[in-house]
Every structure is written in structure tokens, then in C-alpha cells.
Design a protein around this ligand. Structure first.
Ligand SMILES: Cc1cc2nc3c(=O)[nH]c(=O)nc-3n(C[C@H](O)[C@H](O)[C@H](O)COP(=O)(O)OP(=O)(O)OC[C@H]3O[C@@H](n4cnc5c(N)ncnc54)[C@H](O)[C@@H]3O)c2cc1C
Length: 604
């Protein structure tokens, strides 16, 4: 007999968290979502920690944060979204009932007052006092990215190397001034966008030769500066969060349509330099393809590329900065290709007997020339955990969208491909449009598709609760060509299951295809296991090393969209051609002669 329990939790003035537990005999799902937010494009600009600064702020302004909406310094989202202990306990109990492991009692998160941060090794120079701070909250906030190992360490109050200072430049002159001062002072500079890196990209762990570290938070550079309606492009400052960029494009009927799972907090600049992948399964989904031209401040001066729709003039300057992860320069603005808001949509969800069957269907769809906006395959366990299946079959979600044309015929074609590979539609296809350009009354995901979408958007919030409940939850991702796909996926999945079971005693490893290409696919694995309090990072590092070795040995990439940072270095070093590493080092020497920009990332 199925039981459905609704619980509503007030988690703060702006947050109402609804927890849905949908439990059957052998199937259970936990979903946690906030209805008032998380609709891409409709989000208000989140006031960031750094928004407390205005251009009129004087020295030490960071200490006065009372009016600002502050990000959690240890986890995902904002302080006012953090549920109280009783509410977190209820959520944790539900999760434990689904997974079968987790602590009986959740731990309470740390407070800034309880932190024992090392003293800053650098003193703020008078010239930079209006934009720099050594405030403990800001230092803690900028000490880590948002991977599991980051959240765990922050949750434990473990902050051995926060940045000594945090700078909030107001313009490019400020960036130049910070870079100049850091070169003189022998300090390393860590460019910082939304801080959502999951690969140690913003963690200020640098060699002893540096006198200290300064994190350069781009959050004040957050405007859409120009919109070119004729060419369908916009000039956007690097520090704009993706929702804030979208909110500024919306009055023009435009959108970035770049939706990483970290959409809420990630920035335009951070996405460009990490070669981020949005969750459009095909077509234009990588930031690489959005970029028309870039502007950056390097320690050696200004870098700006010419804005043209395409060019055959030698190696692309933009391609050197895209993916440079803050080691070559600080990207300050980008001309990006933007899109008209979609008005027509069509989608369907299908069950497939196995993950491999579903993958063959996805391959057939993209090989036939179709470019669905969504073509996401969840294995049976992943579907169940997301409340989108009973754990017996894989789930394929296919969706099309367009600003101009009805999508029904394309969906029918995709449906035929999927059926030919054992797919069974779970419900009648949904076709809608034309919707108004403001998105009102548009296609709302329902059924399995809706369940998956809710879970997808809420995953980072849920992870904070899992950390408090001693549940290890982390993901890794890769990509491989179709000719090797099934063997590769089998090897990696087995390696993850074995490593997680060896390290944690028991574990669940789920996977999904996040992106499908005519020549291959990106696979994304989620590991859930009981964590040993105090050993979580060692546990994860052990599992991660085992699976990363297999990924590289089996011919995959160490990352499809999470970037390299510091954490992926050992495997990236094996993946890239040695001569390329030398060429990259030479470029860095030219642009950053003192090597102050993000040392340890990508190269030494
Ligand atoms: C829950 C979760 C889900 C995620 N989902 C996705 C996903 O779906 N797709 C995806 O691609 N990634 C995903 N990520 C990873 C992360 O969100 C991306 O790498 C994102 O692009 C980082 O953007 P950011 O603004 O937060 O950059 P940050 O984390 O601040 O920085 C990332 C790197 O870029 C550098 N940097 C930042 N801004 C600049 C700048 N202006 N100039 C020069 N260097 C800069 C930093 O030094 C660092 O090395 C996810 C992360 C989390 C926590």
C-alpha cells in the first residue's frame, strides 16, 4: 500500500520547505522543494554576501552585514533558508528511511562565532581599504567551494587556510589594483564567481612561497551592459549570477538558457572559465558555444577579443581563456549568444527495461539528427530516488522547445526512436504553446518529469541535511564515445560500487546520462553511503581516487563539465598531452609572470 505524507516546514522568512515522502512497498522517494523559488528565469536576484558592499562603502564595510541576505558560509544557499534542527531532523529521518543508513540525530551547523580562523597573514593596504576585508564571515565564506568534501569540512568548522583577505572590486581598475598589489606583496589571487566549484577551484591552498592569499570576488560586476537584438547577443559582466543575468535579459524576451544544477549561485564568468555545461542535453549547452568574445584583466594587462560570429583567424584567443579556471586572467565581461525565450514545448517520459536500452534509445534519437533540449536518462535506482520511478526500469525524459515552431512532429519522431529501443511512454506526450514570451502559463513539468525536476533543483539543499546526518553523498561525471560506452559505463559503475562498499561497508551508486551527443554521452554517477564522522573526506577521497583511475584507464575524461581545479589535477595531468602542459605554462608565464593567479589549478 502506498502512503503519501506531506510536511511543511518554515525554514525562514523567505523559505517554505515542503517535504514529500512517497513510500510504497519497495519504492520510496524523498523530495524536498521550495515552491516560491527555483523556477529558472523567474528568480529574483539573490542578494549575495558581497552585495552588502556598495560603491560608497568605506573601509571595514564588510563587518556591517546586517542588512544583507547572507549566504551560508558552510553549505548551499542562504542563511535564512537553513531549516532549524527539528526540521532538519525530520528530513533526515525521511532520507534514512529511504536509504537505510544515516545518523539517528542530525548535528547542528557551525556558527561564525564558533570558528577558530588563523590570523590573516596580510594587512589591508590603505589604497585598497574600500574594497577589501578580513572579516571572519567573509573569509570563511570564501574558504571553500561547494563539493561534498568542502561542505563537510566547513560543517566541522575545519578552516585551516581561509583567504587572508577578500576583495570586492567595483570595476576593472580595482581588479588591476588588486593584482598589482598582490604581485608586490607576494600574495596569491583566487578569482571567485559564485563559489560553486566542486573541484577545489576556489580553495586558497597555495604553496608556502606565497605571503598569503587574496580572494577576488567578482560579485559586484553583475550587470548586463548591452543587448544586441539583431545578432542575438548580450554583453554581460562576469560576476552576474545566472538568474540575475536572466532577469536582466527577460525584458528583452531573451534568456541565456544555461541551466547548470548550480544555476542559482553560479556566475557568468565562473561558467565561462570552467567550460560549464548546462542541462540542455544537446545543442548549445556548453559555455564554449555561447561565447562571442571575452574581456579579461591579466597581470600583464588587458585582454579583449574581437566580436565576430565566427573566425578562421588562427587559434581562437577565446578558446584559451574558456576553461582557463582563473590561472591566466580575470574575466570581467563576455559577449554571449543568447536566445529568444521558448514558446513551444513538447515532452514525454518513457520507461526502458535497462539503462543500456535507454542509452541506445538516446543514441538513436541524437544520431537521427534530432536535438532535443532535454534527453536525460536515469537508471532505475536514480529514478526511484528522485521519486520518478519504482526502481524496476530506467527513465528517459525527452523534451523539445522552440521560440518559433510547434514541436509535436519532432517529439513524435523521437518517440518512434525510443519505442524501437524498448521504450514505453509513461503517459501521453505533452505538447504546448504558443506561450507568451514572459513565460506565463508555460509548460509545467508533471509526473515523472516533474518529480525528477524538483529533485534536481533541490539536490544541493538536501545534501546539507545529509552532511548533518552523516550520509556521504557525492557525484562524479565523465564522457566517452558511443563505441566504448557500455563497457566503459559497466567498468566505472562497478569500480564505484566496489570502492564505496570497501570504504563505507555499504553504498548505493546511481547514474544518469546528462548530455547526449551524436558521437557519445556524458555519464554522471551519484554515490550514497554511510559516512564515518570525522573521516568523511578520507572516505570520499579513497572512492574518488579509485573511480578516477578507472575513468582515465578506460579512456574517459576526468571531467565533462565540473572542471579540473585542484582536486582533479592527478588525473588531468595524465589526460592532457605533455606538450600541451608546456604550452599552457608558457602562456601563463607571459600573462601572469609572477604566477599569482590561482596557483595549483590546471598546472604548477
Ligand atoms: C550542486 C552543484 C551542481 C553543479 N552543477 C553543475 C552543472 O550542472 N554544470 C556545470 O558545468 N557545473 C556544475 N557545477 C559546478 C560549478 O557550478 C561550475 O563549475 C560553475 O561554472 C562555477 O561557477 P562559479 O561562478 O560558481 O565559479 P567559482 O566556483 O567561483 O569558480 C570556478 C573557477 O573559476 C575561477 N573563476 C571564477 N570566476 C572567474 C572570473 N571571472 N575570471 C577568472 N576566473 C574565474 C575560479 O578561480 C575557479 O577556479 C555544480 C556545482 C554544484 C555545487
Amino acid at each position: 500500500m502506498r502512503r503519501r505524507a506531506w510536511r511543511t516546514v518554515n525554514a525562514g522568512p523567505a523559505a517554505r520547505v515542503n517535504i514529500v515522502a512517497d513510500q510504497g512497498n519497495d519504492a520510496a522517494a524523498v523530495r524536498l522543494y521550495r515552491r516560491d523559488r527555483l523556477t529558472p528565469g523567474a528568480l529574483p536576484q539573490p542578494a549575495c554576501a558581497q552585495d552588502a558592499f556598495t560603491t560608497d562603502d568605506g573601509p571595514g564595510a564588510a563587518d556591517d552585514m546586517t542588512e544583507a541576505r547572507r549566504r551560508k558560509f558552510w553549505g548551499w544557499g542562504y542563511e535564512d533558508e537553513q531549516p532549524g534542527t527539528a526540521e532538519a531532523q525530520k528530513t533526515a529521518d525521511l532520507i534514512r528511511s529511504v536509504l537505510g543508513f544515516g545518523a539517528q540525530h542530525v548535528r547542528t551547523p557551525p556558527t561564525v562565532a564558533g570558528l577558530d580562523l588563523p590570523e590573516p597573514r596580510l594587512a589591508i593596504p590603505d589604497s585598497l581599504a574600500p574594497i577589501m576585508t578580513a572579516d571572519p564571515y567573509q573569509r570563511a565564506c570564501h574558504a571553500y567551494g561547494k563539493s561534498y568534501r568542502d561542505v563537510v569540512r566547513a560543517f566541522h568548522g575545519d578552516f585551516p587556510h581561509p583567504p587572508d583577505l577578500v576583495a570586492f572590486p567595483r570595476d576593472e581598475n580595482d581588479i588591476t589594483a588588486v593584482l598589482d598589489w598582490c604581485q608586490e606583496a607576494g600574495a596569491a589571487v583566487i578569482p571567485y564567481g559564485g563559489g560553486t566549484s566542486v573541484v577545489g577551484g576556489v580553495e586558497p591552498t597555495v604553496a608556502d612561497r606565497f605571503a598569503g592569499t587574496v580572494t577576488l570576488d567578482l560579485g559586484r560586476l553583475d550587470r548586463v551592459l548591452d543587448v544586441d537584438m539583431d545578432s542575438g547577443s548580450a554583453r554581460i559582466q562576469a560576476g552576474a549570477t545566472l538568474p540575475h543575468a536572466d532577469a536582466q535579459l527577460r525584458p528583452h524576451g531573451l534568456t541565456l538558457r544555461h541551466y547548470p544544477q548550480s544555476y542559482e549561485l553560479a556566475t557568468v564568468g565562473g561558467s565561462v572559465v570552467t567550460r560549464a555545461g548546462g542541462h540542455y542535453a544537446t545543442g548549445r549547452t556548453h559555455l564554449d558555444d555561447f561565447v562571442q568574445s571575452l574581456r579579461a584583466i591579466t597581470p600583464a594587462g588587458l585582454w579583449e577579443s574581437r566580436r565576430v560570429p565566427a573566425s578562421g583567424a588562427g587559434p581562437s584567443p577565446d578558446r584559451l581563456l574558456i576553461g582557463s579556471e582563473g590561472i591566466l586572467g580575470v574575466v570581467t565581461q563576455a559577449w554571449l549568444r543568447v536566445q529568444e525565450r521558448p514558446r513551444f514545448r513538447a515532452s514525454v517520459s518513457l520507461s526502458h527495461p535497462t539503462f543500456a536500452d535507454g542509452a541506445r534509445a538516446a543514441r538513436a534519437i541524437v544520431r537521427s539528427g534530432l536535438q532535443p533540449a532535454n534527453c536525460r536518462l536515469l537508471d532505475a535506482d536514480e529514478a526511484r530516488l528522485n521519486g520518478a520511478g519504482d526502481g524496476r526500469s530506467a527513465l528517459l525524459i525527452v523534451g523539445f522547445e522552440s521560440a518559433h515552431a510547434d514541436q509535436e512532429a519532432l517529439l513524435t519522431q523521437a518517440l518512434d526512436c525510443a519505442r524501437a529501443h524498448g521504450g514505453t511512454p509513461l503517459a501521453a506526450p505533452r505538447v504546448s504553446g504558443p506561450h507568451p514570451t514572459d513565460g506565463a502559463g508555460s509548460h509545467v513539468a508533471t509526473g515523472a518529469e516533474g518529480s525528477w525536476k524538483d529533485s534536481f533543483q533541490q539536490a544541493p539543499y538536501l545534501r546539507d541535511v545529509m552532511v548533518a546526518a552523516d550520509i556521504l553523498v557525492e557525484t562524479f561525471e565523465t564522457a566517452v564515445t558511443w563505441d566504448r560506452f557500455e563497457e566503459f559505463d559497466g567498468r566505472v559503475h562497478r569500480a564505484a560500487e566496489q570502492a564505496a562498499a570497501r570504504v563505507c561497508g555499504t553504498a548505493a551508486v546511481h547514474r544518469r546520462l546528462t548530455h547526449v551527443y551524436p558521437d557519445g554521452a556524458a555519464v554522471y554517477y551519484t554515490v550514497l553511503a554511510p559516512a564515518r564522522r570525522g573521516s568523511e573526506v578520507a572516505q570520499w577521497d579513497d572512492i574518488k581516487a579509485a573511480v578516477s583511475d578507472v575513468i582515465i584507464d578506460a579512456g574517459g575524461t576526468i571531467t565533462h563539465h565540473h572542471a579540473v581545479g585542484r582536486d582533479h589535477r592527478p588525473w588531468y595531468d595524465r589526460q592532457r598531452p605533455p606538450l600541451f602542459a608546456r604550452a599552457l605554462r608558457a602562456a601563463k608565464r607571459e600573462l601572469d609572470p609572477h604566477g599569482v593567479l590561482n596557483p595549483g589549478v590546471l598546472i604548477d
